[in-house]
Design a protein around this ligand. Structure first.
Ligand code: BES
Ligand code: MN
Ligand code: MN
Length: 463
């Protein structure tokens, strides 16, 4: 197994070049204008899996974007690892804030990445992290080091809610049968502080519409006499947090699991510098729920945030108008046990109940998903932990993340398997933001660590 280092040394330039080719394909799932690019990217992933040594590769059609499936079954009696990742990416805008073209990758050195980082949309989330698994497979197949069976399932709708994947998983239990799911679509604490993600937040995403008069009105003739939907919406949104930054929706916290003092003390041991956090974000203070630390606020506590708000006149100059409508997109990050559908319903009922006379409101639910927590005393977690210890020279810290990968809870429900979230991104890699990047160190470290996971996992399952 030590040959992985030599293999990477010999092939790293090609590994980087191949990833750069994949990053040139603008596989944006949110915008139908890129649907051809989605199909080309799926084809490229399929070809890469075949080249890496899968025996069977296919593009699986779905009601939406295709799913790329590949497998290498060496012995049906051996355990099977299912690798999940996504080839779709977030939209690149606002384009003017990128220092280089989001789909023409460049390598630049940064403070966090002295060995250089690849700048491109999807470099970290998730093409770069997904492709580490393809290259790790290549190594294991070519050097005869694959100790168990492997299946790949790479989807193209993660950034828009994984609807087609839900359908695919429900209808393909036998095909997707596995012993553990391995995912690199999260982060780690720092390049010298490995960590493994043990939890994800759930999500309920809604869009609201507030309507006043049947048309935009002259704000002098009508101002003060009819409801202004934007004023009303702003007030409704503001009232959804109290002075302790608690969410005011009745029963919102009913199922939230309070962690014990011991668990919170354990969490607090992970290295975290509030000063560095504020400096990295250029803020003079943090903001959040009373009684919780920044790390807790961003992982084990639920949230309600406006993601976008619009209405009325936003063009050049001043136009005196009372708009007819106001809109907002609102996300609620949930913690395990909170049910996204239940929360959406609670939101809807509450939002309707606080609407004042003179306006009508509508709530449109978007996608959602359950949160996830995984224990660390499993064979698979221990294998991932040993793999990191092997390649970083340090045991990884278990960390609950604030992000969401809604499909992970569904994997457990439908396929009965736990997921290991072995991510190599950094918070500073700017995923979903302009200038997303992924460290060359992180990319190669991932390729080095993954075969060790297979090694330790297959070894302990055998016992
Ligand atoms: N890879 C991210 C999720 C993530 C990133 C989890 C870093 C933990 C650490 C994923 O692609 C993502 O962006 N998920 C969305 C949810 C989805 C339903 C759009 C999210 O978290 O906003
Ligand atoms: Mn992702
Ligand atoms: Mn994402």
């Amino acid at each position: 197994m030590d040959s992985i280092k030599t293999y990477i040394e010999a092939h790293k330039d090609r590994f980087i070049a191949e990833l750069i080719d994949l990053l040139k394909m603008p596989s944006v799932s949110a915008d139908p204008a890129f649907s051809q690019d989605i199909l080309h990217t799926a084809e490229a992933v399929k070809a890469a899996l075949a080249a890496a040594g899968c025996d069977k590769v296919e593009i699986c059609e779905t009601p939406g974007n295709p799913i790329v499936y590949g497998e290498k079954i060496i012995d049906p009696k051996l355990p099977t690892v299912l690798v999940y990742g996504h080839y779709d990416v977030q939209p690149a805008d606002p384009l003017e804030l990128w220092e280089s073209d989001p789909f023409d990758p460049v390598i630049k050195k940064t403070e966090e990445h002295p060995q250089g980082a690849i700048y491109a949309r999807g470099s970290c989330d998730d093409k770069g992290q997904m492709y580490m698994h393809v290259k790790a497979l290549e190594y294991m197949v070519k050097e005869g080091k694959l100790p168990c069976n492997v299946k790949f399932m790479i989807e193209g709708e993660e950034e828009v809610g994984s609807e087609s994947l839900k359908w695919f998983v429900k209808n393909n239990h036998a095909k997707l049968k596995n012993d553990v799911i391995l995912i690199s679509d999260t982060g780690m604490l720092a390049n010298d502080t490995p960590s493994i993600t043990t939890g994800l937040r759930g999500l309920s995403y809604v869009e609201v519409e507030v309507t006043g008069a049947n048309r935009d009105l002259h704000s002098g003739l009508y101002g003060g006499a009819v409801a202004n939907p934007i004023n009303v919406l702003a007030k409704m949104i503001a009232s959804m947090h109290d002075e302790h930054k608690h969410i005011t929706i009745p029963h919102f916290y009913d199922k939230v699991e309070e962690l014990s003092r011991e668990e919170r003390d354990e969490m607090a041991k992970a290295p975290f510098s509030l000063e560095a956090y504020k400096k990295a974000l250029d803020i003079d203070d943090v903001y959040g729920e009373d009684g919780y630390t920044t790390t807790e606020r961003a992982s084990i506590r639920p949230t309600l945030d406006v993601n976008g708000i619009w209405g009325g006149y936003t063009g050049e100059g001043a136009k005196t108008v009372i708009p007819s409508k106001a809109f907002a997109k609102i996300s609620m990050r949930l913690v395990p046990n909170q049910d996204p559908e239940e929360i959406t319903k609670l939101f809807q009922d509450y939002f309707e109940s606080i609407a004042p006379e003179g306006v009508r409101v509508k709530v449109k639910p978007h996608h959602g998903g359950q949160g996830y927590v995984t224990p660390i005393d499993t064979v698979a977690y221990q294998a991932a932990s040993k793999a990191c210890e092997q390649t970083f020279g340090k045991a990884p810290i278990p960390v609950r993340s604030g992000g969401s990968i809604p499909i992970v809870a569904l994997f457990e429900e439908e396929l009965g398997s736990k997921s290991i979230l072995l991510g190599f991104g950094l918070d500073s890699d700017a995923i979903h933001s302009p200038n997303e990047h992924y460290g060359v160190f992180n990319y190669l470290k991932g390729i080095e660590t993954i075969p060790w996971f297979y090694h330790y996992y297959a070894e302990s399952v055998k016992k």
